[in-house]
Design a protein around this ligand. Structure first.
Ligand SMILES: Cc1cc2nc3c(=O)[nH]c(=O)nc-3n(C[C@H](O)[C@H](O)[C@H](O)COP(=O)(O)OP(=O)(O)OC[C@H]3O[C@@H](n4cnc5c(N)ncnc54)[C@H](O)[C@@H]3O)c2cc1C
Length: 336
């Protein structure tokens, strides 16, 4: 079914809870409805608003906002110990993780409690605790708005990288993702080598799926602000990737700087949170916006902030980090 709204308040449809009005918003349940939807409402100016956990609205939304609502999870094949699952774009990502744990299927348990919908997972290749969506995604189903055709892209063609994919590059603004296909495994494959995970899992009695999920949910709850209480979009900035010589130069000056090997050879990932913290901005507040006290990567709406205020504050952080370290950090959040 297609549901159409005009001048709708989207304060509760974005996790920053900035108060904006969308001129037009349309929800759809099934991929097959998209040709009719675009025929009726036009293909000119549109934008997918899924769960709104990675979007900062800085003005009233002019484009037609499109919200996928297909919430079906369907097993579509078995091969050896592998299980192929088709997931509608509107499935709440964490419901999918809970489903996989209930069905004793391994692969996405480390991605517990990431807010948002399954259709958004490939867009920035969501990741946490050493696992990324690309590790499970085998194909992405989509609708090309201009051509009016459906297609399925296998994972090798999705150009997945750190918080990156083809959907943020050449397919940006061209497709609506309608479903993803993921592959999960019946064979246990715990990934515990990240942060406090191993300790928390051991404290719960060992590496079962349920224990890993519980441990990760608990770690996340202790570190990240609840969007229902304090509006935010998780990490506002991406960890910058720099040439290894740049990292060396910084290490000479700041011996405790954390660095991680990047996927690309000769490059190194820096921790944007550490840079913001060391630039003296952790916990810093201006008006209705602040850097979270426990997590320097997270900008929070302290109450009544506009998207413009958040953006101005974010620019200030970028400038402060640039001035102190000569490093450019850039937003992970989509700014509209
Ligand atoms: C508290 C908190 C913690 C977070 N932690 C993490 C984390 O650990 N790791 C991580 O990677 N991210 C994290 N995030 C970011 C966020 O959860 C992810 O980016 C998530 O995938 C957003 O899903 P969404 O449905 O809310 O997408 P939206 O915010 O609605 O959309 C995000 C972008 O994807 C596009 N898009 C969404 N759905 C579709 C579709 N079906 N077709 C085409 N384009 C689409 C949108 O147009 C937009 O550009 C966190 C966010 C919050 C608020």
């Amino acid at each position: 079914m297609i549901r159409y709204f005009e001048n709708i308040d989207i304060t509760e449809r974005n996790s920053f809870h900035v108060r904006q009005i969308a001129k037009r918003l349309v929800e759809f349940d099934r991929a097959e409805e998209l040709p009719e939807l675009f025929a009726k409402y036009g293909t000119e100016n549109w934008y997918v608003l899924s769960g709104g956990n990675n979007i900062l609205f800085t003005q009233d939304a002019e484009p037609l906002l499109i919200t996928p609502c297909d919430n079906r999870i369907e097993v579509i094949g078995y091969m050896g110990d592998k299980v192929r699952v088709k997931v509608g774009a509107g499935v709440e990502w964490d419901d999918l993780v809970a489903w996989s744990v209930e069905h004793d299927l391994w692969g996405i348990e480390n991605l517990s409690l990431i807010p948002g919908k399954a259709g958004a997972a490939p867009v920035q290749n969501i990741g946490a605790y050493g696992v990324e969506a690309k590790d499970a995604i085998r194909a992405v189903e989509m609708y090309f708005v201009e051509g009016g055709n459906f297609a399925s892209l296998t994972a090798e063609h999705c150009a997945f990288g750190y918080r990156e994919s083809v959907f943020k590059q050449s397919l940006k603004g061209r497709v609506v993702i309608t479903a993803i296909e993921i592959e999960l495994s019946k064979t246990p494959n715990p990934q515990l080598g990240y942060g406090d995970v191993v300790r928390e899992v051991e404290a719960r009695g060992g590496a079962t799926l349920a224990n890993i999920r519980d441990a990760i949910c608990s770690i996340r709850r202790s570190k990240l602000p609840d969007t229902a209480i304090l509006g935010n979009a998780g990490s506002f900035f991406k960890n910058p990737i720099v040439e290894s010589e740049v990292a060396e130069r910084l290490r000479a000056e700041y011996p405790d700087i954390p660095t991680y090997p990047a996927q690309e050879e000769g490059k190194v990932n820096l921790a944007a949170g550490w840079l913001i913290d060391k630039a003296g901005m952790k916990g810093h507040k201006e008006g209705n916006v602040g850097v979270h006290e426990r997590q320097a990567l997270v900008l929070v709406n302290l109450g009544g902030a506009t998207g413009g205020e958040v953006l101005t504050f974010a620019h200030k952080i970028v400038a402060t980090v640039r001035e102190k370290f000569g490093i450019e950090i850039s937003p992970e959040v989509n700014i509209l």
